[in-house]
Design a protein around this ligand. Structure first.
Ligand SMILES: *[C@@H]1O[C@H](CO)[C@@H](O)[C@H](O)[C@H]1NC(C)=O
Ligand SMILES: *[C@@H]1O[C@H](CO)[C@@H](O)[C@H](O)[C@H]1NC(C)=O
Ligand SMILES: *[C@@H]1O[C@H](CO)[C@@H](O)[C@H](O)[C@H]1NC(C)=O
Ligand SMILES: *[C@@H]1O[C@H](CO)[C@@H](O)[C@H](O)[C@H]1NC(C)=O
Ligand SMILES: *[C@@H]1O[C@H](CO)[C@@H](O)[C@H](O)[C@H]1NC(C)=O
Ligand SMILES: *[C@@H]1O[C@H](CO)[C@@H](O)[C@H](O)[C@H]1NC(C)=O
Ligand SMILES: *[C@@H]1O[C@H](CO)[C@@H](O)[C@H](O)[C@H]1NC(C)=O
Ligand SMILES: *[C@@H]1O[C@H](CO)[C@@H](O)[C@H](O)[C@H]1NC(C)=O
Length: 330
């Protein structure tokens, strides 16, 4: 009992010392959450009503700047404050300069009235580097290429996205790996796979909250047409576009493979298919609408090698046709 009275007495004494002449001041508005880049300055406001004696800024519970109402201040390195008095209110604007990752934490404003403490969180992020290693590609039309973008030294790991000619690319077309170094910073590598049908500029974007605009890196892809065809081939090609007989479909099928860089073996199997009169119908009815291509049954042939597996072909094919559509968009 006696001990408790002592404690109360001490507390009252302290309150009197700190808040005299009256226990009237309160925090009107405390600091707000803030996310900034490493190396920049972080600022927080704390607005209190008249009658305060002491205002203390704490980082993770440790006092860093103390301000007395008579104007005296006690400061830690990199911490400073500016005071504004208006209409019976006082605002202390705290500035922490050159913030680093380990300055992330709780920032509290206290006027030595526990119930009235107000706090917010400072989040410091690091703007790393972003690079596409191979930034210029020259490829055959519809050739599969991989573009790799590297983000180094970020905190947190940035959100990576890609655009092709300024249109967002579906994230099913790229894979992003992430790792964290000993310094707490993150590296990421994102690999985009595409089969461009026309020239395109692809851009890799890295976003973190502290950056108002994502960082970006671009690569240009120059697409060239396959080598010119012989006059005989041209003749057959024209025949196909004029009258779509099964036989012509098969012939262009074989050449289509060559043009697209397919192996002779596949070409051979296309030849073997020529005896099957049911396949071209299936080819045109099943695959053509999905692909949205006028002509070029060639690539479809392998998928019809075994007639009975058509259902699984149809499940396998949409992946490719989706990629084609995506590429066409970019
Ligand atoms: C401030 O940040 C903390 C920690 O990130 C979060 O829990 C809280 O909801 C945020 N407050 C506001 C008002 O955004
Ligand atoms: C703090 O308050 C002052 C005075 O009202 C204002 O000029 C300043 O922009 C505020 N700073 C922040 C970080 O909100
Ligand atoms: C915080 O990080 C900075 C720079 O990385 C370093 O110089 C400083 O010693 C660190 N401070 C603490 C308390 O760990
Ligand atoms: C982020 O880093 C990039 C690359 O170093 C630089 O171009 C950009 O200006 C930086 N952004 C900010 C806001 O500092
Ligand atoms: C990419 O190609 C363009 C035009 O062909 C050229 O101006 C540029 O210097 C090249 N960039 C690199 C990094 O090779
Ligand atoms: C592109 O190549 C794929 C096979 O890699 C083929 O299925 C597709 O039909 C081709 N598209 C065009 C437009 O040539
Ligand atoms: C992206 O691709 C996935 C499957 O690959 C698909 O389900 C999704 O609808 C596509 N999203 C957009 C926005 O096209
Ligand atoms: C890439 O960043 C630069 C510099 O911030 C900007 O001017 C440009 O518009 C950005 N490009 C894209 C595609 O976001």
């Amino acid at each position: 009992m006696e001990r408790r009275q002592e404690w109360i007495g001490l507390t009252l004494c302290l309150f009197t010392f700190l808040t005299d002449p009256g226990f009237t001041s309160s925090i009107i508005e405390g600091p707000r959450n803030l996310t900034v880049l490493a190396g920049s300055a972080a600022q927080f406001n704390c607005t209190v009503s008249e009658g305060w004696d002491v205002l203390i800024w704490l980082f993770n519970g440790n006092p860093r700047l103390t301000l007395l109402s008579d104007g005296k201040t006690y400061i830690s390195p990199r911490y400073s404050q500016k005071g504004y008095s208006t209409d019976g209110r006082f605002t202390s604007e705290l500035t922490i300069s050159d913030v680093q990752l380990n300055d992330s934490g709780q920032i509290k404003c206290s006027i030595q009235n526990e119930e009235d403490d107000m706090y917010a969180f400072l989040t410091v992020q690091v703007n790393g580097s972003l690079n596409i290693k191979n930034s210029n590609f020259t490829v055959r039309k519809n050739q599969t290429i991989e573009v790799t973008c590297e983000a180094l030294g970020w905190a947190p790991a940035p959100q990576i996205s890609w655009t092709g000619s300024n249109i967002l690319i579906n994230n099913s077309m790229y894979i992003t790996d992430q790792s964290q170094g000993l310094n707490g910073l993150y590296d990421e590598e994102s690999t985009l796979t595409l089969r461009p049908l026309a020239n395109v500029t692809v851009t890799c974007l890295a976003a973190i909250d502290a950056l108002s605009k994502p960082q970006n890196a671009s690569a240009t892809v120059t697409v060239y047409e396959p080598p010119p065809k012989s006059s005989y081939q041209k003749e057959v090609q024209r025949n196909v576009s004029e009258r779509e007989t099964n036989r012509n479909l098969e012939k262009t099928g074989g050449r289509g493979y060559e043009n697209n860089g397919y192996s002779p073996e596949e070409d051979m199997s296309a030849e073997k298919m020529s005896g099957d009169s049911t396949f071209p119908k299936m080819s045109s009815s099943v695959y053509r609408p999905k692909q949205g291509l006028d002509m070029s049954p060639a690539p479809k042939v392998p998928y019809n090698r075994d007639n009975e597996v058509l259902p699984s072909r149809t499940t396998a094919y949409p992946t490719k046709s989706r990629q084609i559509r995506n590429v066409t968009h970019v």
